[in-house]
Design a protein around this ligand. Structure first.
Ligand SMILES: NC(=O)C1=CN([C@@H]2O[C@H](COP(=O)(O)OP(=O)(O)OC[C@H]3O[C@@H](n4cnc5c(N)ncnc54)[C@H](O)[C@@H]3O)[C@@H](O)[C@H]2O)C=CC1
Ligand SMILES: O=C(O)CCC(=O)C(=O)O
Length: 404
């Protein structure tokens, strides 16, 4: 049996109270000391005391700034996310918010709610509607910051609405470049993107170079009365600069997914409660990906969509035994590992080694398992964070106590 600590309501059938579709061989636990894996959505794991057996964290969602990924890497804990799993949900809400807020649809709806008792509401609605005149989005300049899973979909959708779409992403991946329409005009700087923009919409992760990237300077370049949309993370904007731009009228409207003590007090600001990914489809999709990635890692040592270790997929073990090593990305690790295996007469049938930033991952399929003493020697190599022993497919009927 493997134990999973479920931190949030991940999806309707994987809630904190039930892990129905985790499948046979898995059980929910509230005891961190017993957990083999953590399944998390938006809860913060910073400062959390990870139990000794936690081998992976699966984040059901895209952003992972709620998880101390470097600390996890050094402890030999692989962190996964579910790229793209909720991107359509965010795209639909962002496009809807842009359209709804270009018109004063909310002001109009509020007027109707305030006048439900008016017996002449049909006539009065016609008289009052001039207060809610808005603008059309067609032909207007919109800048999309970050052209990943969400941003590329938002850019394409806005293009289909007839907008003049610009995109800024210095790290655009080949995968997302393929998805992006050739009619999206790519620019090389935030200045170019923001200059005379009627709308700027943010779709970048929260990290050192993106925090507060939308500040006084960028806002001053936008067309007066423009709209800023932030469905990425609260800290991508400089809140004081946005508040000042709204007060001065430089910014006409601010739409965001993050209620903070400052955003909730800003004028002409529409806030949703971090619900960009709140659709049944996105929740199911992300939960399915997170659970599958967690199981593939625990059962086979397969790493897919990790944010702190390189991806590495040799499929399930079909030899007599598999060892995986999570270690620092430094010289001579493979030499030291294979030397110890050679000394214990272990015959390597297949192996893979991948590295990413400071972390590396090595998978070794052997004729047969090595002795416990050999595993202990491997664990003593400086820079080794964790050594795992994976049960071959042929021996899977009773894996209790064998998979580590
Ligand atoms: N409101 C919500 O419920 C949701 C919010 N998000 C947020 O949106 C972010 C983006 O999500 P995805 O598109 O799925 O992630 P992604 O990883 O597919 O895309 C992020 C893009 O930002 C780009 N980027 C990185 N640094 C940049 C920089 N300095 N300047 C410009 N571009 C930069 C990357 O190259 C990448 O293409 C997530 O990290 C998360 O914080 C994502 C999903 C739901
Ligand atoms: O799970 C959620 O609702 C948060 C979604 C999100 O912000 C993300 O995927 O980055």
């Amino acid at each position: 049996m493997r134990y999973v600590k479920v931190m949030d309501n991940i999806a309707k059938d994987i809630t904190r109270d039930g892990v129905a579709n985790l499948g046979d061989g898995y059980q929910k636990t509230d005891d961190m000391q017993r957990a083999d894996a953590i399944l998390v959505r938006a809860s913060s794991l910073h400062g959390m005391d990870f139990g000794p057996d936690v081998r992976c964290v699966a984040r059901s969602g895209a952003g992972f700034n709620n998880i101390p990924i470097d600390e996890c890497a050094r402890r030999g804990i692989v962190v996964f996310n579910t790229p793209g799993g909720n991107s359509n949900a965010v795209k639909e809400l962002v496009v809807g918010m842009i359209l709804v807020n270009s018109r004063d649809a909310l002001g109009g709806m509020r007027w109707v709610l305030d006048n439900v008792e008016d017996p002449d509401i049909v006539r009065d609605a016609e008289k009052n509607k001039k207060a809610f005149v808005g603008r059309e989005a067609i032909g207007r300049k919109v800048g999309v910051v970050g052209l990943g899973a969400v941003g590329s979909k938002v850019a394409n959708a806005l293009l289909h609405l007839g907008m003049d779409v610009y995109g800024y992403d210095p790290y655009l991946s080949v995968e997302h470049a393929w998805e992006l329409s050739k009619h999206v005009k790519r620019v090389d700087s935030m200045d170019e993107l923001c200059r005379d923009a009627d709308y700027v919409t943010l779709h970048v992760p929260s990290k050192e170079d993106t925090r507060r990237m939308m500040g006084t300077h960028e806002l001053s370049l936008m067309r007066k009365g423009g709209m800023l949309i932030n469905y990425a993370r609260a800290d991508i904007i400089d809140e004081d600069a946005v508040a000042a731009a709204l007060e001065e009228g430089q910014l006409g409207r601010f739409v965001c997914d993050f209620a903070t003590p400052k955003t909730t007090r800003m004028p002409r600001t529409l806030i949703t409660p971090h619900m960009g990914a709140c659709t049944f489809e996105a929740e199911e999709h992300c939960a399915g990906m997170a659970v599958q990635q967690m199981k593939d890692y625990l059962e086979h040592g397969i790493v897919r969509n990790s944010v702190n270790y390189p991806d590495c997929d040799l499929g399930p073990c079909r030899t007599g035994g598999r060892i995986v090593a999570l270690h620092a990305n430094v010289p001579n690790m493979i030499g030291q590992i294979t030397a110890i295996l050679a000394e214990s007469n272990a015959n390597i049938q297949r192996m893979a080694n991948e590295a990413q930033a400071d972390s590396a991952y090595t998978v070794i399929d052997l004729d047969q398992f090595v002795e416990v003493e050999t595993l202990e020697r491997l664990r003593e190599i400086p820079g080794i964070y964790r050594i795992r022993k994976i049960t071959p497919l042929a021996q899977r009927s009773d894996f209790k106590g064998i998979c580590q």
